[in-house]
Design a protein around this ligand. Structure first.
Ligand code: ATP
Ligand code: MG
Length: 351
């Protein structure tokens, strides 16, 4: 049997942990024209599963007969000179499924008219449209796109909009004075995967292939994953590749180094590169403390920053999903082995 785990970014995994609460709810909200979630921003750290979630919601709605979900490549949206054209392209991609729509002569109808014509046609057939845009960044194209989107919504066309991006980009998007529409759009956070579900899924997938996991091994695997979607695929994949039919704690120990190295170079390095120098300073101070939850007061002492400054960076790093509040006044690393990663990156200058 081939390895069912796939630690590749942007690929829909065969072994998928249902994000029922998020995916199911989003699908229902998008289906409701009056929902404030008709246009939603999804955010999460690298490898948290944004692309996968967009695909899951798309797939869910595409399976319903009153929905059309065109595939939107990110390049389409980036290369297009105007947002209007983007929307047009997206909707035009849908038209093949619409009898009764005839492409107007290029010269005779401008983009807005064309777009409106397609939207009307969809509405007449009670067809809803989902537009997803992955890896959003604030730029003029997106501003124009959302302005046009807003007009269509005002005209009563049922078009769901799902945008996904890194936390910092979503924040910038919402603070951008040009993108006022998005300012009011709800943001949904991709939260960690449920440990019980991870445990159960590992057992199920391996047992289906006639392989066993000891409880100790499974527990350690879940611990290594730490709720991080990318790590879930990576741990699963590495254990799978050992070929062990009876997976024990020794099997897990065998892949530990590979797991660390791959996790650090494929995910954490990128995450770190996107953080500002001060964010990293904060994280280094956190990594200097004994493992486990750390008091904010301890960090204030260690950093010699004001309480206010520490709190600003605390909030930013929580938003970035690199740290998490544990209990009142305490924080801890949110990603598995991130502390080790920072320690190592401090020791080796090239990180
Ligand atoms: N619900 C899930 N269950 C199991 N694996 C998942 C799930 N969501 C994501 N993954 C896996 O996690 C990895 C990262 O997922 P994805 O590419 O969707 O993340 P992302 O948030 O879009 O990352 P980036 O910011 O780099 O674009 C992939 O290997 C994917 O298969
Ligand atoms: Mg992605």
């Amino acid at each position: 049997m081939r390895n069912p785990f796939n630690p590749t970014f942007g690929r829909i995994p065969k072994v998928y942990l249902s994000r029922k609460k998020i995916a199911g709810r989003l699908a229902e909200e998008l289906d409701d024209f009056d929902s404030q979630y008709l246009a939603t921003l999804v955010y999460g750290a690298r490898g948290a599963g944004k692309t996968t979630l967009l695909s899951a919601v798309s797939r869910e709605l595409a399976g319903r007969k009153d929905w059309i979900v065109p595939k939107v490549a990110r390049e389409v949206y980036e290369q297009s000179p105007t947002g209007l054209k983007v929307l047009l392209k997206i909707i035009a991609g849908v038209k093949t499924g619409l009898s009764g729509y005839r492409q107007p002569q290029q010269s005779s109808a401008d983009a807005a008219t064309q777009m409106e014509a397609i939207a009307k046609l969809l509405k007449a057939r009670k067809i809803k449209l989902l537009i997803t845009i992955d890896e959003v960044v604030p730029n003029p194209e997106l501003a124009e796109f959302t302005a046009n989107y807003q007009i269509l919504i005002r005209h009563g066309y049922h078009i769901g909009l799902l945008l996904a991006g890194l936390p910092a980009n979503i924040t910038r998007l919402q603070n951008d004075r040009v993108l006022t529409f998005l300012f009011r759009s709800p943001r949904v956070e991709l939260t960690p995967l449920d440990p019980l579900m991870i445990n159960e899924t590992y057992h199920r997938v391996f047992e289906k292939a006639g392989r066993t996991l000891t409880d100790e091994a499974a527990t350690e695997m879940v611990r290594l994953v730490g709720g991080y979607a990318y790590a879930f695929q990576l741990v699963g994949s590495l254990i799978w590749e050992t070929g062990a039919t009876a997976v024990t704690i020794d099997t897990v120990n065998q892949v530990r180094r590979d797991f660390r190295a791959t996790l650090f170079s494929n995910a954490y390095l990128k995450i770190k590169q996107e953080l500002s120098a001060r964010n990293i300073e904060f994280l280094m101070a956190l990594a200097d403390q004994p493992a486990g939850p750390v008091k904010i007061a301890t960090l204030i002492d260690a950093l010699k920053w004001s309480k206010e400054t520490v709190n600003v960076y605390r909030a930013r790093l929580i938003d970035a999903q690199v740290i998490r509040p544990v209990r009142w006044g305490y924080v801890a690393f949110a990603l598995p082995l991130f502390r080790d990663f920072l320690e190592e990156s401090g020791r080796f200058a090239f990180y």
